[in-house]
Design a protein around this ligand. Structure first.
Ligand SMILES: [Zn+2]
Length: 315
C-alpha cells in the first residue's frame, strides 16, 4: 500500500525528531489502537456477578487478582521486586481492625531512563454485596482496571523511555488503602517516581466528558493535557481539583496517596452518575465506543507524559 503524502510527511518529521527523543514524533502524536474486544471483555469479566463486587478480603477479590496476575504473566511484564503480588496490612480510618489487601504491581522498563518511573494505576476492588444485591462496579472500577490491562499490553509492545509501573490497587473503597500502602512501602524509592496517572470510572461517558484532574495543584501537567488530542467523541476537560468537598477530586481516589507525597498526578474519570455506588453499576450501561476512545486517549496521554518527564528536574 502506498503511503499517503501526509503520512509520509509525518514519517519524515518523525525521523528528524529522533535526535531529541528516541520516540518518533509521529508515534508520539498518534492515538494508540488498543484491543477493543479485550478491553470490553475484561470489563464484563471483572464486573460479572461471579466476582460479587470484588471487595477487599473476599474470595472474589482474590479471583479478580489472580486474573490480573495471569495477564501480567501472559503479557510478559516483569514484577517490581520478587512478586507481582504485594500484600499489605493497613488500619482503617476510625476502625480498630486492619485491612489485609494485595496490590498487583508490574513494570515495563524504560529504554532511556529506566531509573525514573511513572506509576499508572487503577483500583480493582469495589464493595461487598448488601441486602442480597451485588454491586458489580462496572464503571467503578472494572473500567479503569480493564483499561490498565490494555495500557500494559500497549506499552509492552511500544516501549516507554521511562519505566512504567502498572499498579492495580486493592482496598481503594476502604480509604485508598492499597495506594497508601504502596507509597508507605514503595517498591522503588519515592524520589524515583516522577508522576502518577490514575484511572477510576472511565467508561460512562454519558456526557462525552473525560475529566483530567490535577493540573491546578500540579501545573507541570497542564501543558501535557492541553497538547493532548483526544480520540473521537471524547472531550477532555481540566478541573475538579480546587475547592472543597465532592467538587474537589484530588484525594477521592488513589492519586490522593501520591499527591500527599508531592508527586504530580493526573486523575482521569467521569462525573458521578445515577448508578454510582449502586447495584446498577452494570457492564450493560457502558458506552463501549466511548470507553474504548477514552482508554486510547489516556494511553496517548501516558505517551506524551513519558516524553515530557525527560525535561523535568529530579524531585
Ligand atoms: Zn472507584
Amino acid at each position: 500500500m502506498r503511503l499517503p503524502s501526509v503520512l509520509l510527511a509525518l514519517v519524515v518529521a518523525g525521523c528528524a525528531g529522533a535526535q531529541a527523543s528516541s520516540t518518533p514524533a509521529a508515534a508520539r502524536d498518534a492515538i494508540p489502537a488498543l484491543d477493543s474486544a479485550k478491553l470490553l471483555g475484561d470489563l464484563f469479566r471483572l464486573s460479572h456477578d461471579s466476582m460479587a463486587g470484588r471487595a477487599a478480603m473476599t474470595p472474589e477479590n482474590a479471583k479478580a487478582r489472580a486474573y490480573l496476575v495471569s495477564e501480567m504473566r501472559r503479557l510478559g511484564l516483569a514484577p517490581v521486586g520478587a512478586s507481582f503480588e504485594q500484600p499489605f496490612a493497613m488500619p482503617r480510618r476510625n476502625r480498630p481492625d486492619s485491612v489485609r489487601g494485595v496490590n498487583v504491581v508490574a513494570q515495563v522498563r524504560g529504554t532511556r531512563f529506566p531509573e525514573r518511573a511513572i506509576v499508572v494505576s487503577a483500583h480493582f476492588d469495589h464493595v461487598a454485596p448488601r441486602n442480597g444485591n451485588i454491586y458489580n462496579g462496572a464503571d467503578d472500577n472494572a473500567s479503569g482496571t480493564a483499561a490498565l490491562l490494555q495500557l500494559a499490553a500497549h506499552f509492552q509492545r511500544h516501549k516507554p523511555e521511562h519505566t512504567l509501573i502498572f499498579a492495580f490497587f486493592d482496598a481503594e473503597e476502604m480509604g485508598l488503602l492499597g495506594a497508601r500502602a504502596f507509597v508507605a512501602n514503595p517498591p522503588v524509592p519515592l524520589a524515583q517516581i516522577a508522576a502518577n496517572v490514575n484511572m477510576d470510572m472511565v467508561a460512562r461517558g454519558d456526557n462525552g466528558t473525560l475529566w483530567a484532574v490535577g493540573t491546578n495543584p500540579h501545573p507541570v501537567m497542564k501543558p501535557i493535557v492541553e497538547a493532548l488530542v483526544p480520540a473521537s467523541g471524547v472531550t477532555v476537560k481540566m478541573g475538579y481539583d480546587t475547592g472543597t468537598g465532592r467538587d474537589n477530586w484530588t484525594s477521592l481516589s488513589d492519586q490522593g496517596a501520591f499527591h500527599a507525597q508531592g508527586i504530580p498526578f493526573v486523575y482521569f474519570g467521569v462525573e458521578d452518575h445515577a448508578d454510582y455506588h449502586e447495584p446498577t453499576d452494570d457492564p450493560e450501561k457502558v458506552n463501549a465506543g466511548w470507553y474504548y476512545n477514552a482508554a486510547r486517549t489516556i494511553a496517548a496521554f501516558v505517551t506524551r507524559l513519558d516524553v515530557a518527564v525527560a525535561g523535568w528536574p529530579p524531585r
